[in-house]
Design a protein around this ligand. Structure first.
Ligand code: IVH
Length: 679
């Protein structure tokens, strides 16, 4: 038995720690410990509180669900509390749960549903007669935050469902898929912004934004997993309800499974542990739910969690290892990134030998030193990250890492642009930047030059064969063959690949050039508005920001790029090498020559869908209403753009009219004109 006095002080300490880490997790989206470590703190507190019930004075964090409510969002009272789940860490705890359910319900055998426990942010979605009318975060389970304006802007959240006969409250999880999370973080890193530690923080940080436009620009998705309330009669089993949600048009995970026995449940959990690393989204466990709703009702709930469900938590994908050294890498845009080289360690099926420490501030905050023992985590398919240092095990003499005051590659000065956390090398001709720019140019999503990888680029630059991106197109077999182990065949293959890349096209080239803040999506938008690199290179801020998705910051980067003599020289060299610098002449469409601007929320289309449809019809899509705008398509909650359009006497299309135009009724455009004149 534990010493009572010790238990008392440990309980106090655990409460303090749990509260602190909850705040970091829920309110600041910046956790300092891993989820598993947090779970262990809660588990320890719960165990101590049950050993010494008399020490459980006042409200304990073990009774509280989730996070709180931030200022800036209106409170929403949940019509049905959004409860949390009890955790099971071992298979035997899962079996104990099954026995408990049997005891509470009196049922000897019952079916269950196995679902993944999506690692995102829990939301309640309110649909009235088929239309999404409100969305709220979980908050403390009883009162959440009103995030309607933000959720309305998320493409994957249906604004309309086919279940129009009743009013519904649906519970689901907003999450950021892994591929999107990686790209999003890369873009942030490149722009000098702080990166998110994991997809869950990214989802939470993206949804709880005061400006819905920010949410709209983030790649968020949704899975629905519970009908909380419905004014109609519903099927009597959870499994059928999941299927009903799917039929109504709500996104439901395809991996959900109906399970007849406890053995099938254990089997499902084991399978999911194995599949975890291949999932396109992050999941931190399996949720087991009793299938029959009447049995669920019999089992009931505690104040915190239903008895008819349990979360089987995946074992943590973490490992301890040693930091061998810390190096500072220089990226394509000159960003100095500290990286810890580790004693290789196996985590979740892969060997991890290095981990990014992102920037100087992060390195200082975590106080990582060469020689330290550290905890590395690799959740799902996410890039590994350093959870913490075991400072208590530090060997005396492990010295603090001193961040270089000059570029570690070329020795030039470094600077930190205002508002950024990243230091950058000031020398545009820095070899590290050159190598990384070539790597980006040749990468799969850009010019896709197979064979031109990191090692070869390193050699070519060091041997003076590549002094700029343009030199790629003067490489030939004679130059390549003498290089190290490059055989005749691989040299010929590479030359052929380089040759093929000449035809990759304007859009890929624009992305490949590596203009800061111009990712694939922005490159696509720019190409749709500017028919050639030449046209783009002379565009001013006004013209650029008229492109949907281009704000003043991106416009400034584009202008800066085309002002730089080295870049103009590069474009010239690429033109001479025969690369395509313009788009294909677009077939004239029914909307050719017309400029549209989208505003507000459309019910039947996401912003991207509407834009793509317009482009396919030959129209141009602008981001702001200007003298050149022909039509404004106004959805719900259209704000300043609609006002400006009215002021400028622009023709305004409703969603219905837009739909008719897309259906081939181009004459609907003329009706709009008549309406404008008040006929
Ligand atoms: S069911 C009363 N199902 O896990 C029903 N929750 O603490 C309780 N979660 O924040 C929730 N995937 O947001 C349920 N398939 C799933 C889930 C799921 C993720 C989250 C939920 C909650 C946490 C439980």
């Amino acid at each position: 038995m534990l010493d009572r006095a010790f238990a008392e002080s440990r309980i106090a300490e655990l409460r303090r720690l749990i509260e602190k880490h909850r705040r970091l997790y829920y309110e600041e989206n910046a956790p300092e410990i891993s989820d598993h470590e947090y779970d262990l703190l809660e588990k320890e507190l719960r165990e101590l509180e049950s050993l010494y019930p008399e020490l459980k004075r006042g409200p304990s964090p073990t009774d509280v669900v989730g996070g709180g409510i931030s200022k800036g969002f209106a409170p929403v009272a949940h019509p049905v509390p959004l409860l949390s789940l009890e955790n099971a860490f071992e298979e035997n705890e899962l079996r104990e749960w099954v026995s408990r359910v049997a005891k509470f319900t009196g049922a000897e055998q019952f079916s269950m549903v196995g679902e993944l426990k999506f690692d995102g942010l829990s939301v309640a979605l309110f649909y009235e007669r088929g239309k999404l009318v409100k969305a709220a975060t979980r908050g403390d389970g009883l009162v959440g935050e009103d995030v309607t304006a933000n959720v309305m802007r998320i493409k994957d959240v249906p604004k309309e469902i086919s279940k129009g006969s009743s009013d519904l409250v649906i519970r689901g999880e907003i999450y950021m898929p892994l591929k999107e999370f990686r790209e999003f973080n890369e873009q942030r890193e490149e722009a000098g912004l702080e990166v998110f530690a994991n997809p869950r923080n990214a989802a939470s940080g993206s949804l709880r934004q005061l400006d819905p436009k920010v949410t709209a620009s983030r790649p968020l998705s949704l899975f629905c997993y519970q009908v909380m309330k419905c004014s109609d009669e519903l099927p009597g089993s959870h499994w059928e309800r999941l299927q009903a949600m799917d039929e109504w048009g709500l996104p439901v995970d395809g991996l959900n499974k109906l399970l007849a026995t406890p053995e099938e449940l254990t089997d499902f959990c084991r399978k999911m542990v194995g599949r975890r690393k291949d999932l396109p989204y992050d999941a931190d466990g399996v949720v087991a739910k009793v299938d029959s709703i009447s049995l669920q009702e019999k089992a009931g709930s505690t104040a915190k969690a239903p008895r008819w469900a349990v979360a089987f938590k995946f074992p943590p994908e973490q490992a301890r290892t040693k930091v061998n050294e810390i190096v500072v890498q220089v990226g394509r845009t000159g960003a100095l990134t500290p990286v810890a080289n580790l004693e290789p360690v196996h985590i979740g099926g892969v060997t991890v030998s290095r981990v990014s420490l992102h920037n100087e501030e992060e390195l200082k905050r975590k106080d990582v030193r060469p020689g330290d023992t550290v905890l590395i985590e690799r959740a799902g398919g996410v890039i590994p990250y350093l959870v913490r240092v075991f400072a208590e095990e530090r060997i005396p003499g492990n010295r603090e890492f001193r961040f270089p005051e000059s570029c570690p590659v070329c020795g030039s000065g470094v600077h930190k642009p205002e508002g950024e956390v990243i230091l950058r090398c000031s020398n545009r001709n820095c070899k590290a930047q050159l190598k990384e720019s070539i790597r980006h140019f040749a990468s799969r999503d850009a010019m896709d030059i197979t064979g031109l990888g990191k090692v070869l680029i390193e050699k070519l630059v060091e041997n003076g064969l590549l002094g700029s991106i343009g030199d790629i197109y003067s490489l030939n077999q004679e130059k390549l063959e003498p290089l190290g182990r490059m055989g005749v065949k691989s040299a010929a293959n590479l030359v052929a690949e380089i040759d093929k890349s000449r035809a990759r096209g304007y859009e890929k080239l624009l992305y490949a050039l590596g203009i800061r803040m111009v990712g694939e999506e922005t490159a696509r938008d720019l190409v749709s508005q500017f028919p050639s690199i030449e046209a783009l290179s002379t565009a001013d801020e006004k013209e650029l920001t008229e492109v949907d998705g281009v704000g003043p910051k991106v416009a400034a980067e584009i202008i800066e790029f085309f002002k730089t003599p080295d870049n103009l020289k590069l474009i010239d060299a690429l033109k001479k090498a025969g690369l395509k610098m313009h788009g294909d002449k677009k077939e004239a469409g029914p909307l050719s020559g017309l400029v549209f601007v989208l505003t507000g929320t459309l019910q039947g289309f996401t912003r991207t869908e509407a834009k793509e449809k317009l482009l396919a019809f030959g129209a141009k899509v602008g981001s702001t209403v200007t003298a050149d705008t022909d039509f404004v398509i106004a959805g719900e909650e259209s704000g300043s753009k609609l006002k400006k359009a009215e002021k400028l006497g622009k023709r305004i299309l409703s969603e219905e009219e837009f739909r008719r135009v897309l259906g081939g009724e181009i004459s609907a455009l003329n009706e709009t004109e008549s309406r404008k004149h008040g006929i």
